[in-house]
Structure formats: structure tokens, C-alpha cells
Design a protein around this ligand. Sequence first.
Ligand code: ZN
Length: 190
Amino acid sequence: MAVRRIVYCGHPALRKKARRVREIDEGLAQLLDDLAETMLVESGLGLAAAQVADPLAAVVVRRDPDGEEMIELINPRIVEREGEQEGHEGCLSLPTLRGTVLRPERVVVEAVDREGDEIIIEGEGLMARCLAHELDHLAGRLFIDVVEPESLCWMRPDSDKECGYRLEDTTIEDAIEAFERLRKQRESEA
Ligand code: ZN
């Protein structure tokens, strides 16, 4: 297992449609292991292959938000969606950005696991949000594409606040520009 580098908004890998997995091989098993480890290190709830610049249709999500048990989904697709929920969302590829996104209240996802067996995952509430968010990544979509624009804000560290941060309003354009700067800075350091 290895921690892979998460790519940020502006990286072309995040805008590509994922490639369907045709063969489950060692490389894919390694990718799934690495996605899980990277997500745990970064304290995420889910991670899609595109976020480590891998083109395959594979994601991992936590079975529950506080646990370390993973659900691995290969070639996942949403086959049922029901209801609506509004809630705050963030993404490891858009660090510290938050915004309100409307998602289905419940989804059913069909996928394949690393043994090649078909699996069906039903998610409600936060799990449905997480699944919808991660599957969006496989379509090259980010949460800023579906966010309620006026809800977008940065979480800025603030030791004066009990929660340790304050929220600062931003716009989609400013956020994209900020990530572009961050990406260039990272590339020049690499
Ligand atoms: Zn994300």
C-alpha cells in the first residue's frame, strides 16, 4: 500500500470520464489499496481514482464515517435514486472549500468488487451523498459544478473560534483561480 498524491481542481485528470475496468488485475488491486490508504491519511469519506490521476472507474468509500472499513466499487453506476437532501460538501481535490449541494436522499449503486462479483450498495443520507459525489468524479464532474453558488466558502483556520475555523464566502471563479495557483505552486515544487 502507498499513499498517492491527490490532484487538485484544474488538473485535467479530474475532468475526464473514467475508463471502464475490463480486467481485474494486480494493478487494480494495488490502486484500490492505495485509494483506501490515501483516503484514510487525508481523512476523507471517499476517493475516486481520478483524484489520484488514474483513469479507471474505481472508487472507495467508508462504510461508516468514523470507521476504517471500506467499500470498493469497480465500474459503479447509480441504478436508483430517490428523494432529495441539501447538505454541506467538500472534496479532497478542492481542499478547504465547502458548499451546499443538493443530492438524492437515497441511492442504489451497482458495481463489481475486486473478486469480480457483482455487488449492490444502498446508501441513505450521508452515504447517498458520498456515493453520488464519488460517482460524479467518474463522470469528470466536481461538486463546484452542482453547488449552490452563493453557499460556496473557504474554511479558514481561526484559533479564536471554538470550532477552530471560520467560513469566508467565495465565488466559483475565485475558487477555481485559487486552485489553479495552488496547482502551479505544487508543480513548481515537484
Ligand atoms: Zn471529491
